[in-house]
Design a protein around this ligand. Structure first.
Ligand code: COS
Length: 386
């Protein structure tokens, strides 16, 4: 076992760290306060290869491995979680699914546009009445005699929905077959029948725009089917396995930022005539934060390694991804909570980013599968009991 990173991995980490420090950290408070979409920063990430880290160079990406992806997301999330959400959806949920299941023409068209940072992608699985129970979707795609589909229905909580050009949509093509009656499609937001709802006001990741999308007689052409008809649910689940590594990485980045701020603060802040870091109650917090941060970090890197192995063998990495996502998101919640407590009134104030970290951390326990769903996936895989 080797804990050292390759030169390539360190290079992308360095690029991400530089952009995070120079562009994202200084503007994070503004985007959180206003809820504006940080388009200019997202373009910079795209121009530097960070929107298609694992996308081969022939499709406009950086051609790197899953470990490089984890390292880059951690750096961006440490500066601002919302930026890393947009990055994670483009990389994992959008590009990854097409790379795995798409045709050559689909890769050239959709993956290239996102990986080069020219367009923004989204992933539409959730519906108003189906979140965790994803296969209970109602959005319907009805096949026409000419081979096209007509789509009607609603998708909700779509990250980057208000700004995305291309969306990976999941819809029921044969409802009587349940999960096996779902198909995946690639849709274009500029075509008739694609209607965006209002942008959701959210507790955290406020710069990552989220909305409902309604399809009204939207026409999908035959070459816009992603993968095989009826295999959309497996595509969705496989893509979420990769996505969960992205969320684990962002949780690690966020937790690291809160932890580092805490270490700096306990050295400086004096109480009863001494730095608060000299008090055992604070030392215990720092030690527990450090242990949980390292555990989350290592489990996330292990999941990325498992993904790389699965890509060679054709196997799955669902358990490793869920273990990483569950551990890292609960760690982000724990560490941001402790960090806020250590900072006292300053942590509660908008003068410092601690309260933003705390608000942002919560979403990592909810999206791309709640903590309850991660536990369900892990337990099912471990016991074989469904
Ligand atoms: N990769 C590939 N295929 C998978 C898979 C995975 N990770 N997980 C399940 N499948 C396949 C199964 O093998 C099964 O295939 P067969 O029909 O050939 O047997 C099929 O998908 C159905 O699987 P299963 O019966 O386990 O589906 P369930 O309806 O019980 O759902 C859970 C499983 C709950 C785990 C799934 O719905 C889930 O992950 N829900 C959370 C969704 C989510 O994360 N939403 C957030 C959206 S993005 S913000």
């Amino acid at each position: 076992m080797d804990f050292a990173f390759t030169e390539e991995q360190l290079m992308i980490q360095d690029v991400a760290r530089r952009i995070a420090r120079e562009k994202i950290a200084p503007s994070a408070e503004h985007f959180d306060r206003t809820g504006e979409f940080p388009l200019d920063n997202i373009r910079t990430l795209g121009e530097n290869g960070l929107m298609g880290i694992e996308v081969p160079q022939e499709y406009g990406g950086a051609g790197m491995d899953p470990i490089a992806y984890v390292l880059a997301i951690i750096e961006i999330a440490a500066a601002d979680c919302a930026h890393s959400t947009i990055m994670s959806v483009n990389n994992s949920l959008f590009c990854n699914g097409i790379l795995k299941n798409g045709t050559e023409a689909q890769k050239q068209k959709y993956v290239r546009a996102i990986a080069e940072g020219k367009e923004i992608g989204a992933y539409a699985l959730t519906e108003p009445q189906s979140g965790s129970d994803a296969s209970a979707m109602r959005c319907r795609a009805v096949k026409q005699p000419n081979g096209s589909w007509i789509v009607n229905g609603k998708k909700s909580w779509i990250t980057s929905g208000p700004v995305a050009k291309y969306v990976n949509l999941f819809a029921m093509t044969e409802p009587e077959k349940g999960a096996r009656g779902i198909s995946a499609f690639l849709v274009d937001a500029d075509r008739p029948g694609f209607i965006r709802g209002k942008t959701e006001p959210k507790l955290g990741i406020r710069a990552s725009a989220t909305c409902e999308i309604e399809f009204q007689d939207y026409v999908v052409e035959p070459d816009e089917l992603l993968g095989k008809e009826g295999e959309g649910f497996k595509t969705a689940m496989g893509v979420l396995d990769a996505g969960r590594i992205g969320i684990a990485s962002q949780a690690v980045g966020l937790a690291r930022a809160a932890y580092e701020a805490s270490v700096a603060y306990v050295r400086e802040r004096k109480s009863f005539g001494q730095p608060i870091g000299s008090f055992q109650m604070i030392q215990a917090k720092i030690a527990d934060m450090k242990c949980r941060l390292d555990a989350a970090h290592l489990l996330t890197l292990r999941a990325a390694w498992a993904k790389a192995q699965a890509e060679k063998s054709g196997g799955r990495f669902s358990t490793e991804a869920s273990v990483a996502k569950l551990t890292a998101s609960e760690t982000a919640m724990y560490i941001t909570h402790q960090a806020l407590q250590i900072h006292g009134g300053m942590g509660y104030s908008k003068e410092m980013p601690l309260e933003r970290y705390f608000r942002d951390a919560k979403i990592t326990e909810i999206y791309e599968g709640t903590s309850e769903i991660q536990r369900l996936v892990i337990a099912r895989n471990e016991t074989g009991i469904r």
